[in-house]
Design a protein. Structure first.
Length: 299
């Protein structure tokens, strides 16, 4: 077991290789975008644990300490080593290294009975679910914008401050999407998949009212028949909610994805967000994957 703090570029490359191998076998990622963002812009609160067998990496666990005294963790283990106690050893090492933390949250992507058994066996309790939902494209419904709304693509170098302000207002209680900075956004603007054409802004007489940021996946994921077009982030300023803008942004974003050649639309939604889930189901979305967060209060 090796603890990496700070984390070298070679260590990030190890995690990437492990994640790619696991995704090829599982058909879905083991680590989320928040982990990769943190590994690119790691702070003193980021730690990585790497497990080896026969001097070769077989698993890794990423932790990030939060301001509230908790830590979040994401783990990836090669499929052929999952019955050897690698994940348990990584988690034990992370909890020991963060012994002063008050709480730990462990994420499992594509959570199943095996993930539930592992987490509950370590004392964790299921706390939160994110659902991946999909819909065939194109939709039958056409985009209907509320009165006074105009739309345009995001402009790099111009719209960062306005977008961060509205995003953070819309997701003030969301631990994943809230609290963005302009630096966070600019780092994603440098990604190969970023396309301002697919970053739709809705404007009214007071400024930015909402947005639908889409992402066309560059290749067909493992075990998938079609390329995916993702609604990466969608948000409406709290002062403009209730006008029908949210539905229009979803439909407009999906239309943009279809125009760019994707036959399937996809997004992630918190299972507890009943209004959003109801909207997506009304548009034809179905749940295709469950990502689950398990929490442990540490004495």
């Amino acid at each position: 077991m090796r603890m990496c703090h700070p984390i070298a570029p070679a260590d990030v490359a190890i995690v990437r290789a492990l994640a790619d191998a696991a995704e090829a076998a599982d058909g879905h990622p083991s680590l989320g975008d928040a982990v990769w963002r943190d590994l690119k812009s790691q702070s003193e609160h980021t730690t990585l644990f790497v497990a080896t067998a026969d001097e070769q990496p077989v698993g890794a666990l990423h932790t990030m300490a939060l301001d509230d005294g908790s830590i979040t963790a994401g783990v990836v283990v090669l499929p052929e080593h999952r019955e050897a106690g690698v994940a348990a050893a990584l988690l034990d090492a992370a909890l020991a290294a963060n012994h002063d933390a008050r709480r730990a949250v462990l994420w499992a992507f594509g959570a199943d009975e095996r993930a539930d058994a592992f987490a509950t066996g370590r004392g964790f309790k299921s706390e939160r679910e994110l659902w991946q939902m999909r819909v065939p494209l194109p939709l039958a419904e056409e985009t209907r914008w509320p009165p006074g709304i105009t739309t345009r693509p995001f402009v790099i170098g111009q719209d960062e401050a306005a977008w961060v302000a509205v995003n953070n207002r819309a997701f003030v209680h969301d631990p994943d999407q809230g609290g963005w900075s302009e630096d966070n956004l600019r780092r994603l603007e440098a990604e190969s998949w970023f396309d301002p054409v697919g970053f739709l802004l809705a404007i009214d007489d007071r400024g930015l009212a909402g947005f639908c940021w889409t992402k066309v996946h560059a290749s067909v994921p493992p075990n998938e028949p079609d390329a995916l077009g993702e609604i990466y982030v969608i948000g409406v300023d709290p002062d403009r909610q209730g006008s029908g803008l949210g539905r229009a942004l979803v439909v407009g974003g999906l239309a943009s994805l279809h125009e760019r050649g994707t036959p399937v639309g996809m997004l992630f939604v918190d299972a507890s967000n009943a209004p959003a889930v109801a909207l997506y189901r009304a548009l034809g979305f179905t749940t295709t994957r469950v990502d689950r967060a398990y929490a442990l209060d540490i004495a």
